[in-house]
Each structure stands twice: as C-alpha cells, then as structure tokens.
Design a binder for this molecule. Structure first.
Ligand SMILES: [Zn+2]
Length: 135
C-alpha cells in the first residue's frame, strides 16, 4: 500500500468500453487500444474511434512496464487524499510514442532516468506508480 495515498479521494468514472483498461490495472498491466487500420497505439485508450485515422476497429494491447523520465515536478501542496508531498513524473513509455503522467515512488529522480511501472491497490482499484529501476 502506498505510504502517500491512502484512498482515492474521488469517484473514478469508468466509461463504457474502458473495462479492459481498469481490469488491466488490477492485473498489473497497462493496457491501451491499437487501431487495426493504421496500427497506432493510443494513450489514453480510445476504444470507439481512432484519433489518427477515425478507424473503428480496435484491439487491446498491454504496454511495456518501463520508460524514461522526460520531466518531473515536486507536488509540495498535495491534493486531498495525499498525506505528504510526492513527485509527479512524465514518463515516455517504451513502445508508446508518448509520455504519460504518474506519481513516482521515491525521493530522487533525474530527467533521463529509467523507471518501471508498479501497481498499488487502493480500495478495489489498482493504480500504477513509477519506481526507479534498481540494478
Ligand atoms: Zn487508426
């Protein structure tokens, strides 16, 4: 369990068609949609319509659980639900030509650091969190 976030302080709206994303998080996977027509991966997932070619046939794919930090910031005034400050990181996920935001579990981070996604269960929903790759 996270030492920073004890409970999700808002209701997660799980829109129709996004079930594989949320279920994937509970299975320790980061899933997104891939367009069968143009083969682009989307993030966030776009289960109905491809934002690139407007294709309508998607499949779900699991993304690699690793990436590279593109930038980060210290959140020194944590929002409701967080009991202390934390680092919010932008990470370019391997294979996905895009950076995504998430909390970083740790005290020190540099641009260019390799991180991995891990999962923490908060209530009945797992969420991903970035963690340093230790070697
Ligand atoms: Zn497409």
């Amino acid at each position: 369990m996270s030492e920073v976030l004890k409970e999700i302080p808002y209701k997660i709206e799980k829109s129709k068609g996004m079930e594989p994303f949320w279920e994937g998080l509970n299975d320790n996977q980061l899933r997104t949609t891939k367009c069968m027509k143009c083969e682009n991966l989307h993030y966030p997932p776009s289960p109905v319509l491809c934002p690139v070619c407007f294709g309508t046939e998607m499949i779900w794919e699991s993304l690699p659980l690793s990436g590279t930090v593109t930038t980060f910031t210290y959140v020194s005034a944590p929002p409701a639900g967080f009991d202390k400050q934390y680092i919010l990181a932008s990470v370019r996920i391997d294979k996905l030509d895009k950076a995504i935001l998430g909390r970083f579990h740790g005290e020190k981070l540099e641009i260019g650091d390799r991180v991995q996604l891990t999962f923490e269960k908060i209530g009945d929903q797992s969420l991903f969190i970035f963690q340093s790759v230790t070697g």
